[in-house]
Ligand binder design. Structure first.
Ligand SMILES: [Zn+2]
Length: 130
């Protein structure tokens, strides 16, 4: 009976973990290795805050998708721009990339969103392409 009381807590922790994996994919160990390799800074700008481990190729069929060699450190903003600029070229389907771009855009605060291309233009591209 006592175990039952803990079930909701275990479930929510698992759900949160799965959510994190769905969004990120890299394990904690892999993320640590990427951070170490990249010197705990963005490989693009050298920024040291608001960093994320971002995939280079997002193709789910790639067996090395979540390996150290397929990741690099970017700021949230750079990660957003990477998904935006490599739309249709980063291994994600149009719809999956759109969802990711939308999620990243929401994660950025208002100040950080200043001057970023809006994700809706990606959807317009999708509609235009039939
Ligand atoms: Zn990404």
């Amino acid at each position: 009976m006592k175990e039952k009381e803990y079930k909701p807590i275990i479930f929510s922790a698992t759900a949160l973990g799965l959510l994190a994996i769905a969004f990120c994919g890299f394990s904690r160990t892999i993320r640590r290795k990427i951070k170490e390799r990249d010197g705990n800074k963005s490989v693009l700008s050298g920024a040291t805050t608001r960093l994320q481990c971002a995939h280079i190729n997002h193709d789910k069929n790639n067996p090395k998708i979540n390996s150290v060699s397929n990741g690099r450190q970017l700021t949230y903003r750079e990660h957003y721009l990477d998904h935006y600029n490599r739309h249709k070229k980063n291994g994600l389907s149009v719809q999956d990339n759109y969802s990711t771009v939308k999620g990243l855009y929401c994660m950025l605060n208002k100040r950080e969103r200043q001057g970023l291309p809006h994700y809706d233009t990606l959807l317009e591209t999708k509609k235009g392409k039939k």
